[in-house]
Design a protein around this ligand. Structure first.
Ligand code: SF4
Length: 377
């Protein structure tokens, strides 16, 4: 048998899993062809040996016990490569209350179901207090698992799946090489729900560019209406300029969708949501309007309000919010009422020559520059 390679963690998790222990069940993405996604580019997908994952879990248990028993600041013995990382992960998890676990990387459901069951049962055995075990999954992988097995996986403890729907427009899905169709998204979503798991669907606004913005909104709303996921989460698309989003489509060159286009897109999408009870969130720092947060159907009007406010603003006011949000002076629209901050944003606009006529181009350039230098944007 191959020697244990040591504790590992992957690069990302959803923002809502900030307090979760990260357990890596496989490395990178088995698909890795979406044109808009650079996270795992040039990294090869591989399954981790299930025994290694079980040993990672044992290692975390050992460190959690040591932390509970030990003196503050003392470090237990490090036995394997990656133990330092495991100790830090255990310490953070203890501090966060040890309630949730996130299985990495991009698709936790691509591994053999019997191996996934082993991992889940081991987690539940060693950490019976855990309330939530979650994973990213591709719709394609979920759709391939039969309902009985999915119910077994749910019973073993996997109780929330995060799916990157991005869009449900077949046209855009094909152009961005997502490798799924609207029907597969719907099949997978309904399967997750039938298995009794919570479902979080991510929508990538701006993915259709300017040309397909409204198609993206309407088709995506239609799929979401048929699924009724527990969560719908928006992500505003920001792409490095070098990326060709629609390769091989000479007639449809991607035209970046600025804030106003994306705001109209989200408004159309929410307007078209009907007959569902999902919670809608815009829970990423890079999103323009993070105050979009509510539960359908009761909050529908409230969810649309920030979008209508932004769209209806005088151009000079809209520029102030766009620049204030991207420069970190504002988080919410209501922050524009803080006169000191608004004054600072006005100064930025004046010094940088940002006006309603050039704001989208200037912000695009600033975001590109930040992406190149690895800064948050
Ligand atoms: S499936 Fe997800 S992780 Fe993989 S390339 Fe597409 S967006 Fe990226």
């Amino acid at each position: 048998m191959k020697e244990y390679g040591g504790f590992e963690q992957g690069p990302i998790r959803p923002p809502s899993e900030a307090s979760s222990l990260l357990i890596r069940v496989n490395r990178n993405c088995p698909w890795n062809r979406c044109t808009f996604c650079s996270i795992y580019k040039k990294k090869k997908f591989s399954l981790r040996p299930v025994d290694d994952v079980l040993q990672d879990i044992d290692t975390i248990r050992r460190f959690v016990d040591a932390i509970h028993e030990g003196r503050p600041g003392s470090r237990p013995e490090m036995l394997s490569p990656g133990d330092g990382q495991a100790f830090n992960a255990a310490r953070n998890w203890v501090a966060d209350g040890m309630e949730s676990i996130f299985l990495q990387d991009a698709d936790g459901l691509v591994i053999r179901p019997e191996n996934l069951l082993k991992i889940l049962r081991h987690l539940k055995e060693l950490f019976p207090q855990v309330k939530r075990i979650t994973s990213y999954a591709r719709s394609e992988s979920v759709a391939r698992i039969d309902d009985g097995m999915l119910a077994e996986i749910a019973a073993a403890g996997l109780n929330r799946i995060h799916i990157g729907m991005e869009t449900a427009s077949d046209r855009i899905l094909e152009m961005v090489r997502k490798g799924v169709t609207k029907e597969i998204h719907i099949t997978a979503g309904l399967k997750v729900k039938r298995a009794g798991m919570e479902l979080s669907e991510y929508v990538l606004t701006g993915l259709g560019g300017q040309e397909f913005s409204q198609l993206h909104a309407v088709e995506t709303a239609d799929a979401l209406n048929r699924i009724n996921p527990d969560f719908i989460r928006f992500r505003n698309l920001h792409l490095p300029e070098r990326v060709t989003l629609f390769p091989g489509n000479e007639d449809h060159r991607y035209q970046w969708a600025p804030d106003l286009v994306q705001a109209r897109e989200i408004l159309t999408l929410i307007e078209h949501l009907d007959g569902i009870t999902s919670r809608i969130k815009s829970d990423h720092n890079y999103n323009l309007l993070q105050e979009i947060d509510g539960i359908l159907p009761d909050d529908k009007e409230r969810l649309m309000q920030p979008l209508r406010t932004f769209i209806g603003m005088a151009p000079e006011q809209r520029v102030l919010f766009q620049v204030g949000k991207r420069s970190g002076h504002f988080v919410h629209l209501s922050d524009m009422g803080i006169s000191g901050r608004t004054k600072q944003v006005k100064d930025i606009c004046q010094q940088s020559g940002i006006t309603p006529d050039n704001v989208d181009r200037r912000l695009y350039e600033i975001i590109q520059e930040r992406m190149r230098s690895g800064m948050p944007y």
